[in-house]
Design a protein around this ligand. Structure first.
Ligand code: PAF
Length: 285
């Protein structure tokens, strides 16, 4: 596996592969790789001749009181995992490579309408930071395909809209969430959890499943949400949000909407965890 530290090295490898007619699938990450990330690499390998993974802990998407400084950085283990997974290249730019004029002077990408609801309401500026860095990484790597996890449902939608709005010639792919046997969605932030918090956090996916079941049985949305929140309280989870939305635009669904997604964000101690579950009803005439 090639390890590329600079944009110049990345470009020259990219050009050599392009000259051989090889296509690229790109997996952007912030490192501390787990089985969920490796499933993105596996998916990427099916899409293109070469797979490039980036590891960059992006300061622009962290708020002032968030975990930027403590975010787990595990480069040696990540490199070993990527070699086993069969990635062709790892790109690890520095903050000054990505933001040469500093964060405050950086041109930004804002995807309107969707960036300030749900996670965006709790984390102001987060999706601007995500859209900006992903746009920059896309311009550096110039892939034909890019692969993201569906656990970050809203992020995936922001990136799809950005790529579409800015006419980027890149196909965006979402890969289903990898889970522990308990149902807990894999996340780099799970490493912050105590055993008790990890056990409590399993209530997040369990509540998504019971809300989905209730929706299929025609139960009222408000009652389903209230009951799930009571369950969270019982195990000591603090809700950020728990909401049933339309898949198309994450708006509030009407009675007629048939493609829904239940989105959750909760704190186990100080660790913020997110998850989601789609619910599709068959349309009847
Ligand atoms: O999902 C992530 O790990 C990050 O938000 C991403 C897409 C790599 C951008 O920094």
């Amino acid at each position: 596996m090639h390890h590329l530290n600079s944009v110049a090295e990345l470009r020259s490898l990219r050009e050599a592969w392009r000259a051989n007619g090889q296509t690229i699938a790109f997996v952007p990450t912030m490192g501390n790789l787990h089985a969920g990330h490796l499933s993105l690499v596996e998916h990427a390998k099916q899409l293109a001749d070469r797979v490039i993974v980036s590891i960059f802990v992006n300061p622009m998407q962290f708020g002032a009181n968030e975990d930027l400084d403590n975010y787990p950085r595990t480069l040696a283990a990540d490199q070993a995992a990527l070699i086993s997974a069969g990635a062709d290249a790892l790109f690890t730019p520095t903050v000054s490579d990505v933001y040469p004029r500093g964060l405050d002077a950086q041109t930004v990408v804002e995807v309107p309408g969707i960036s300030d609801i749900l996670c965006g309401a709790s984390r102001p500026g987060h999706f601007q930071g995500v859209a900006t860095v992903v746009c920059k990484l896309f311009n550096m790597v110039q892939p034909e395909h890019a692969v993201f996890g569906q656990k970050d449902y809203q992020q995936l939608m922001v990136i799809r809209l950005m790529a579409n709005d800015l006419s980027m010639p890149i196909s965006i792919h979402g890969v289903p969430t990898a889970r522990e046997a308990s149902g807990l969605a894999l996340s780099s932030r799970n490493g912050y959890l105590s055993e008790a918090q990890r056990a409590a956090a399993t209530a997040i996916y369990a509540s998504l499943q019971s809300i989905a079941e209730g929706l299929r049985n025609g139960m009222p949305q408000d009652a389903l949400i209230a009951s799930a929140l009571a369950g969270w309280q019982d195990v000591g989870l603090t809700p950020d949000y728990l909401s049933i939305r339309r898949q198309a635009d994450l708006g509030i669904p009407s009675e007629q909407d048939t493609h829904l997604v239940i989105l959750a964000a909760a704190f186990a101690g100080t660790t913020r965890l997110i998850d989601n579950l789609e619910v599709n009803f068959t349309e009847v005439d």
